[in-house]
Design a protein around this ligand. Structure first.
Ligand SMILES: Nc1nc2c(ncn2[C@@H]2O[C@H](COP(=O)(O)OP(=O)(O)O)[C@@H](O)[C@H]2O)c(=O)[nH]1
Ligand SMILES: [Mg+2]
Length: 430
């Protein structure tokens, strides 16, 4: 999705000046890609105007270059366009899936069951699609594959009765009802969903729509919402349609927010919707991370920066920012345990080392960056080949990361008072 934007952003980043011409080119490229993804033209036009205006007319925030400022605007506009990150409550609930034929309801029912099962809840799947006998077999098979409870009645004609029996017969925390589709949202389907609704009393009514309907997702979501009262939308087939972006934007601009996206046919191909993932894909992960960090540091409480687990991503941002400003030495001296306890290879991070490390880390996956403990021999070998370095160099980086992490962990465990820490961060210009 949005491959061209990624390319254009890279092109823009590579330019020496972020002048009007460069911004105009970037805006044009973004427009083309959004329209290709079937995003509503009027939204694209508004977005372009806003980028142009703010990018060139705004006063430059201190600490950012014009180029960074432009990218930050592009980033936040795209994020706005793609809507809110979903917040999924992992708790006992009843979920009713609805949608038209072939949308991916049954597949998604299995995916959701798997999602909650993996998070420690006990799901059950109920087949309320009595129109097609194959629906029963399909859901039953899925339930077996992921090892969750299933209820269905192969010869049944009344889906409401099946749901009633299913509630009786199953013993689950999360009960998921897969309903029958139609070619369109006709009165028949509306009635059927309303009847199931009244006996099942779902906490969540989710519309399943395929990415390939693009911007018409908006009308469909609005119609289903009016008919059954939706709590959210699940957009499937994001992996196989060029119009996924249009569908996501369309839903974000309706009352039905996107909760999950389907990215393949397997049970695990389900992701909680997070627009930041898409935008970071477009802007480029390393660029975005460091950019956001800069922007955040302009107005964030330093304590927040230190929260959570220290990852390779943090390590990367840290060495890049600190060495840039030549402050590694100074930072080390400020640490609570003093310069003498400093791991010996930390103080001498040279610019060369930083760029070598950056290249190595660019060959790592997002998962590896978040959890370096998963980097085993095979992964090391792959990373070394990918970055044109040796396994020894990869080892060195990991060792270096571990030492820094140990240090940060100590640091966080209150070996220094928070006040002292803030002073230090301030001195370091953070
Ligand atoms: N590539 C891809 N295919 C999907 C996805 N979700 C569902 N499908 C496929 O879409 C087809 C219809 O799915 P199904 O769950 O039977 O749709 P239903 O009629 O709404 O129940 C099946 O071939 C699924 O394997 C997805 O996220 N990606
Ligand atoms: Mg089905």
């Amino acid at each position: 999705m949005f491959d061209k934007i990624k390319e254009s952003v890279q092109k823009f980043s590579g330019k020496s000046v972020a002048d009007e011409e460069a911004v105009e080119q970037l805006v044009k490229d973004i427009q083309r890609d959004l329209i290709k993804a079937d995003v509503d033209v009027s939204l694209v036009s508004d977005l372009s105007d806003e980028i142009r205006e703010e990018a060139l007319e705004d006063e430059l925030p201190s600490g950012l270059t014009r180029k960074e400022h432009v990218l930050e605007i592009v980033y936040s506009k795209l994020e706005e366009l793609l809507g809110e990150e979903a917040e999924i409550e992992v708790e006992p609930k009843n979920i009713l899936l609805c949608g038209l034929y072939g949308a991916g309801k049954t597949t998604t029912a299995g995916k959701l069951a798997d999602f909650y099962r993996k998070r420690g809840l006990k799901p059950a799947l109920i087949c309320a699609d009595t129109d097609r006998p194959a629906a029963f077999d399909q859901l039953k098979q899925l339930a077996e594959d992921i090892d969750v409870e299933f209820y269905g009645e192969k010869e049944a004609e009344d889906p409401v009765k099946v749901v009633e029996n299913g509630i009786e017969e199953t013993d689950a925390d999360v009960t998921i009802v897969d309903s029958a589709g139609r070619n369109s949202l006709n009165d028949d389907l509306k009635q059927e969903l309303a009847d199931i609704d009244s006996v099942f009393d779902p906490d969540e009514k989710m519309l399943v729509i395929p990415a390939d309907i693009g911007q018409s997702a908006k009308t469909q979501a609005e119609n289903f919402d009016a008919a059954v009262g939706l709590n959210g939308v699940i957009v499937t087939k994001m992996d196989s349609s060029a119009k996924g972006g249009g569908a996501l934007v369309a839903c974000s601009n309706s009352d039905a927010s996107v909760q999950f996206i389907g990215t393949g046919e397997r049970p695990e191909d389900l992701e909680v919707y997070d627009p930041v993932d898409f935008v970071s894909d477009m802007i480029g992960q390393p660029d975005l991370e460091s950019l956001l960090e800069k922007v955040e540091q302009l107005d964030t409480d330093p304590e927040e920066i230190l929260e959570g687990e220290f990852t390779l991503q943090d390590f990367k941002s840290q060495i890049e920012s600190v060495t840039d400003s030549g402050m590694m030495e100074e930072m080390m001296q400020q640490l609570p345990f003093g310069g003498n306890q400093m791991p010996d290879n930390i103080a001498d991070i040279t610019e060369e080392k930083v760029s070598e490390y950056s290249i190595i880390m660019d060959s790592m996956t997002k998962e590896e960056m978040a959890d370096p403990s998963m980097i085993d021999r095979d992964r090391k070998e792959r990373i070394a080949i990918g970055s044109g370095t040796s396994e020894q160099q990869v080892n060195e980086l990991i060792k270096h990361f571990r030492q820094t992490k140990n240090m940060v962990d100590k640091f966080d465990k209150g070996s220094m008072k928070r006040g002292g820490m803030q002073d230090m961060m301030k001195k370091m210009g953070l």
